[in-house]
Design a protein around this ligand. Sequence first.
Ligand code: FPP
Length: 234
Amino acid sequence: MKSALPQIDERLSHVAFIMDGNGRWAKKRGMPREVGHRFGAETFRKIANYCRKIGLKTVTFYAFSTENWKRPPKEVNAIMKLMDRYLGEIERDIAQYDFRFSFIGDKSVFDEKRRARMKAIEDMTAGRESTLNIALNYGGRDEIVHACNALIAAGKKAVNEADFAAALYTGGQKDPDLIIRTGGDLRISNFLLWQSAYAELYFTDCLWPDFDESKLDAAIEDFYSRKRRYGGVL
Ligand code: FPP
């Protein structure tokens, strides 16, 4: 690992991760896919802590999509177990996890106990400066439909972009500046569809369990070499 931390400024406040490649990582080692998720969860912890250390204001991790239920039940259960374990860790060490937690996605599929735990963690960490979004049963299209229904239920007849953004699961947060996808695929997979409009995309072949601080540094360096024009000219 490099000794100097990357210098983060106002150009980079939100980084989002598509943590892909856990299954392949395990398969390459002759292990079941669930083991890949276990190592992936370790990488998630490590990278979340590092993001806090280097001063990112918002970090988002795509932990489970609305489409991931199609996986074998054994694998889905393993991911849910990892999630429960992580919820337990946050509850136990709430002071150490220096983030405002936000669980984004359609949580209605989770049982009352899990939902209550997530809500309690969100409430207990509400005043903190940096936000950690964990996308669970998240889909960008689902989020857009959910926002439309919330606006209709609120009696809106017409909305502007700001109203719409506020009705998303990420309401009130800045859009991602940089989206990093590990695992080699070049797609967005229904992640932050509205919010990614002007995000810089960074793809790496590295499988998520192998992703580390130096690889994030490389992605950040690449981000700072780009010119963001937002449709204008520089
Ligand atoms: C994608 O890899 C990864 C997932 C669908 C699950 C991500 C979950 C974790 C990292 C662990 C749990 C998270 C938390 C927040 C504790 P893949 O299985 O699609 O890999 P593949 O493309 O190699 O098959």
